[in-house]
Design a protein around this ligand. Sequence first.
Ligand code: AP5
Ligand code: MG
Ligand code: ZN
Length: 216
Amino acid sequence: MQIVLFGPPGAGKGTQAKYISEEFNIPHISTGDILRENVREGTALGKKAKAYMDKGELVPDAILIDIIKDRLQKPDTKKGFLLDGFPRTLRQAEALDAILDDINKSIDVVVNVDVGDNEIIRRLSGRRTCRSCQATYHVRANPPKVPGICDQCGGELYQRADDTEAAIKHRIEVYKKQTQPLIEYYKKKGLLVDIDGEREIDEVRADIISTLKRFQ
Ligand code: AP5
Ligand code: MG
Ligand code: ZN
């Protein structure tokens, strides 16, 4: 199955992606995680991307399209994949269609996780992320068993550089201007499924999994 997980910053894409990827045994491809890994490792790509990311701006399309083209050539994507955080602009969506066309694939479904602005701010300002495995927690809604330590791998939890109030507000604006229009794009193609993301993590998870089973 080829799935796009869509939604505003903080909607819970990363949280739900983990469950979807386990349930359907497909790789979770998060462009945000790939970029942050490059920043951490100090690659040329990471150096270029960091300033955009810290401010909550989108990294230029050409860079993202190259990343995805490359990633979708890896053999683990043969049985399908789950995209999280890509595409984010019309240009990226069109490029993705062309890349998939070339390898005789297409998107089966776009899951649009819907969450309002106030809840986004609440979620992102309390988020903690694992440095080692990228698992996400929330200081109140989804706390780790031991503060500061990842339940999954024992890694150190940190606060992302773009989870400051100013960057969060800017990310929401950028989402509305550049990314939200893709809802229409995928609706027109008949691929969009809306999921109410403002519920308990487990409720959202059950809804997404049962919805996706219909597309299997
Ligand atoms: P990216 O990493 O994709 O960030 P984002 O889209 O802003 O989304 P987040 O990862 O912040 O949120 P999420 O939906 O994954 O939520 P999560 O599950 O963590 O991108 C970062 C940056 O990279 C961009 O700003 C840009 O610069 C660059 N970039 C990446 N892709 C790009 C692209 N394609 N083009 C250009 N630039 C790109 O959950 C959030 C919090 O809420 C957590 O604390 C979690 O525990 C909690 N939570 C989750 N679900 C619930 C729930 N149901 N109830 C209560 N709390 C919940
Ligand atoms: Mg994420
Ligand atoms: Zn971890």
